[in-house]
Design a protein around this ligand. Structure first.
Ligand code: MG
Length: 384
């Protein structure tokens, strides 16, 4: 029985993770559940999965939590440090980090420090301080298994060869809802249109990031740290059908690909069972129904966010963290209809110009970059 601590349990990945746990209740047990603000759903989940402890970040929602129906001795943590407190209180084999943005940063490092293996959906943590996280994981002897369809694919493909035989990682991108469009088309895009992803059902922030291709930029940085492959050997290729989830090219010219249905429960399950595979029930990919598989180069001049993420990664130091946090603020402003879709790359570009990256950074430098990014992004958003 693997004991799981699930942070971000009420979000899209969190809910699908609980589906996987429900289907394999003989293999996985939930020992802790943490959420940001959906106290009603958290309460329901806690009654169903009987964790030892629960955490809710938004204190104003805490009234909806009723600890009396939780298993005896269960503790409830609330407030801004609730997720980290939950990590400290729980003994788990795997910490599933399904939070969004910088919110998962401290709890992820705390989980590694406690020696828990990590199943990581919160890609911003890797983008913000990937080398520090991977070093900490190596030093503590814990595995970091990605819950991202592309990186789950890469993890499976790289097992076909040795590290020194890898020529390239080929990250596939669906291209999002605006593939083929140009910046002129972006001005009047509504929130509703941007939230309509052609192949995946995901949370709001990542869906917008997929529409701007910023998500693919984060994924390049994520792959760079997870698999220790230089940035210039990570290519992005647009594959609108989202059937091939990514590929690895070896130096003998062989390209290994992983295919599957566009269902996040597949990579979630693999991250939970890794390094083993367990049976999955439900819909599987039927190749006879997939039709044609096509590939295109990404349009970096129309989708500036992808180019910017590469640039931030090349600058390194605190720049990727700064850009990732600035993007959180800018996307939030778009979701709240304060800026237009086309303003997202413009604002990010303006933000990036204002940050002087700290190269040999500490985690405190990351927290400082986070605060600076929020302040600058808010200032620029307000003056738009
Ligand atoms: Mg992905």
């Amino acid at each position: 029985m693997k004991r799981l601590l699930l942070l971000g349990s009420t979000g899209s990945i969190g809910r699908q993770c609980l589906d996987v746990v429900q289907n394999h209740s003989d293999k996985f047990e939930i020992v802790g559940l943490g959420a940001r603000r959906n106290a009603v759903l958290l309460q329901e989940q806690a009654e169903r999965f009987k964790p030892r402890h629960v955490a809710l970040v938004d204190e104003s929602q805490a009234d909806a939590l009723d600890a009396s129906v939780l298993p005896g001795g269960a503790k409830t943590f609330t407030g801004p440090d609730a997720l980290t407190d939950l990590v400290e209180a729980c003994d788990a084999d795997v910490a599933v980090i399904a939070t969004v943005g910088a919110a998962g940063f401290r709890p992820t490092f705390a989980s590694v420090a406690k020696g828990m293996n990590i199943a990581l959906a919160n890609k911003e943590v890797l983008a913000m301080a990937g080398d520090r996280l991977m070093n900490a994981a190596r030093a503590r002897g814990v595995a970091v298994a990605p819950i991202d369809s592309e990186h789950s694919a890469i993890l499976q493909c790289i097992q076909c060869g040795r590290d020194e035989e890898i020529l390239k990682i080929i990250l596939t991108a669906s291209g999002g809802p605006f593939r083929g469009k140009t910046p002129a088309d972006f001005e009047n895009v509504s929130v509703k249109e941007a939230l309509k992803h052609p192949t995946w059902t995901m949370g709001a922030k990542i869906t917008i990031d997929s529409a701007t291709l910023f998500n693919k930029g984060l994924e390049v940085i994520e792959a760079h740290h997870l698999f220790n492959v230089p940035l210039d050997r990570i290519d992005v290729i647009v594959h609108p059908q989202s059937i091939i989830h990514s590929m690895v090219e070896f130096h003998d010219g062989s390209i290994m690909a992983q295919l599957g249905d566009a269902d996040m429960r597949t990579p979630i399950q693999y991250a939970l069972s890794y390094p083993e595979r367990i049976e999955r029930t439900g819909r599987k990919l039927n190749l006879l129904e997939t039709g044609e598989l096509t590939f295109f180069p990404p349009d970096l001049s129309s989708f500036r966010c992808l180019a910017m993420a590469y640039e931030a990664a090349r600058i390194g130091g605190t720049m990727p963290a700064f850009l990732s946090v600035a993007n959180e603020e800018v996307v939030d402003a778009f979701l709240n209809e304060r800026i237009c879709f086309g303003a997202i790359p413009r604002l990010l570009e303006a933000c990036m110009k204002r940050h002087a990256a700290v190269n040999d950074y500490t985690l405190d430098d990351i927290f400082a970059a986070d605060a600076e990014a929020r302040a600058i992004a808010r200032e620029l958003i307000a003056s738009t």
